[in-house]
Design a protein around this ligand. Sequence first.
Ligand code: CA2
Length: 143
Amino acid sequence: MKFLILNGPNLNLLGQREPGVYGDESYDTLCASLSDFAAAHASTADFFQSNHEGALIDRIHTAQGVYDAIVINPGAFTHYSYALLDALKAVSIPAIEVHISNVHRREEFRHKSVTAPACVGQICGLGLYGYRAAMSYFLETGK
Ligand code: CA2
């Protein structure tokens, strides 16, 4: 399978701040381990992180016809970006939304995802393992 792993605002700071919430692994280490995981399953993964809504939307548009599955952590855009919702709906690539933290144990505004309705499902609270869990779903179900 060809995976596109998308990460939204501030996730480039992984491992540098708030380790109690987001762990101590860096963004680069996460990408390397997911790349290895994909390779171990005869698959590939491409990575894109941006702090800009439009850049994420552009990357989703150009993914059409190229990738089999999207794993996306939209960061705070999760809670209010109807533009990201529309972009995910505009492509026919199945997506899973991942949150590192358990958003339901946090502030009220994090309980609502406007982007999840465009996704097959949502994983939250499993730390960085959530990305692999999402990839495993696609690998095992083929959809
Ligand atoms: O739990 C998640 O993965 C979130 O998507 C992370 C977002 C937050 O706005 C969502 O409500 C839940 C924030 C990402 C911030 O990433 C940082 C990583 C390390 C240090 C500081 C911020």
